[in-house]
Design a protein around this ligand. Sequence first.
Ligand code: ADP
Ligand code: MG
Length: 220
Amino acid sequence: MRIENLTKKYKNHMKEQTIFSKTSFDFKDYNSIALCGRSGSGKSTLLSILAGIDIDYVGDYFWGEEYLEKTRKDMANIRLKNISLISQDFCLLYDRSVYENLAFPLKLFGMKKKEISENIIDILKLLELDDLINEYPAKLSGGEKQRIAIARSLIIKPEYIFADEPTSELDELTEKKVLEIFKKYQQEGTKFLIATHSKEVANSCEVIYNIQNYKILMNK
Ligand code: ADP
Ligand code: MG
């Protein structure tokens, strides 16, 4: 996917804040891209634009060669089928168990009960969270919630995963394990765009993009 001529501003109480100014972003054929930049530079904003959640910008969005109208329906279709976002605040369902949180996206895709349960057990084992299968998110630590959110993205094996500071709550060893799991999924075809402050995470990606002076630039 790519976006050309991107300009994005937020309007707060009569004040206008520029985030991006006539810049572009192209995923190209990379398997993994790190998105770096100071806090407040626009990383989360770019992820929600690319994921089709934020359509309030100027710019042209292309999916392959296809130009996408910025209507909610077009973008929601693309997103549902191809992109999974791990957001900074996890967006877990707090009145549902871990199992139900993970089952939710699979049910949407019409997967059978038995297969859902097998997939959930596998992904929880992979992330060393299998003890938590019947817990509720409110009872979990920040790092556990973060890994449940990661599991919920991985479980649907989307074409793209956009991860917003996905290891911010994790210790070094757990971060390393999560990066190894991301690598495994990359080998199976999932592409990652990861907003991060972590050097380890950035260096584990094929390329690093930086947000600076309202532009998205590739690190040389
Ligand atoms: P980052 O993820 O790099 O820390 P963000 O994309 O979250 O940056 O935010 C970029 C800037 O836009 C920040 O100054 C933030 O306060 C502002 N901002 C983010 N979301 C909104 C919003 N919904 N309305 C107004 N301003 C926003
Ligand atoms: Mg952010």
